[in-house]
Design a protein around this ligand. Structure first.
Ligand SMILES: C[S@@+](CC[C@H](N)C(=O)[O-])C[C@H]1O[C@@H](n2cnc3c(N)ncnc32)[C@H](O)[C@@H]1O
Length: 279
């Protein structure tokens, strides 16, 4: 596996899940570009995910739809800037392109460079990007450097990131971001448990969680049992939150989710979404 494969391997796996959408009975979104990033090991990882916990890839499909709607709704409500934070191979800049909206991307340099080369080979341009570890740079300054207007209404998509971050880094990072972007809305997915103290979780939950980590070849050190910490530590307020599996009815897959065994539904309470907005 290449360096890019090692560093951004989780992004390949998510792309492989999206690339499979045309084969689904009920299609939740359209991402015609995902197949460019669906490497063989990534496709194998999606199968390992489903073996570890069958609803796992379905929840990634739900989340893709959720974040699409978040961006579409935000643009309808006047946002003209969208930041894909830890964007991996997110192609929303092209899929949801709107003349009046600028998309920005942030990811590690190897991921951004790889994506840029794949897009270039297909005659597409990489959006303005910050190719850095966002925890280690002055992200608002870097974004401003590629054209972001810090004072303008901005949507931030922080999808598939929080669980991978070092414990203790999320609040200071978000605090800095919220101070510099006074009209920000940020949406993210998260694990709704203290993942440093897994002995407090049900055994089945831990087994499934560790199975998902093994399939992703990454660990999840960070979770949030209580979203009020965001309001305590940042200038942001919780505008929306919930569990992905409960979106099944909205997305036309309610019967499937209703048929999940009760203990799967309990485990699925560990995976949530949250939208924070500036006060
Ligand atoms: C699971 S992937 C999700 C990618 C994309 N948001 C999606 O849902 O398709 C996580 C991505 O976040 C990036 N990432 C995680 N932590 C990061 C950090 N501190 N700085 C820059 N990128 C980061 C990884 O490189 C990877 O591309």
């Amino acid at each position: 596996m290449s360096d890019v494969g090692k560093i951004g391997s989780t992004a390949f796996v998510i792309a492989a899940i999206r690339a499979n959408e045309p084969n689904q009975a009920v299609r939740l979104f359209n991402d015609p570009y995902a197949r460019w990033f669906a490497s063989e090991p990534a496709v194998a990882a999606t199968k390992a995910l489903d073996a570890a916990f069958p609803p796992a890839t379905t929840m990634v499909r739900f989340r893709t739809r959720f974040f699409n709607e978040y961006v579409e709704r935000g643009i309808e409500n006047g946002a003209r800037q969208v930041v894909l934070l830890g964007g991996g191979f997110d192609m929303r800049a092209h899929i949801l392109a709107d003349e009046s909206v600028i998309f920005f991307e942030v990811d590690q340099a190897l991921v951004v460079d790889f994506k840029r080369s794949v897009l270039g080979a297909h005659g597409l341009e990489q959006p303005p990007s910050v190719p850095h570890n966002y925890l280690e740079v002055d992200l608002p300054a870097e974004l401003a450097g590629v054209g972001l207007e810090l004072d303008a209404p901005t949507l931030v998509v922080w999808e598939g990131n929080t669980m991978y971050l070092p414990v203790g880094e999320v609040m200071p990072f978000l605090g800095r971001l919220a101070s510099a972007l006074p009209r920000m809305s940020i949406a993210f997915d998260y694990m709704a448990a203290d993942l440093q103290n897994r002995d407090r979780l049900e055994e089945a939950d831990v087994r499934r969680l560790e199975g998902v980590e093994a399939a992703m070849r990454a660990s999840f050190p960070t979770g949030f049992p209580d979203l009020s910490v965001f309001e305590e530590h940042t200038l942001l307020r919780v505008a929306e939150s919930g569990h992905f599996f409960r979106l099944g009815h909205r997305y036309g897959l309610g019967d499937m989710v209703d048929d999940y065994p009760e203990d799967w539904r309990e485990t699925l309470k560990l995976y949530g979404y949250c939208v924070l907005t500036s006060t």
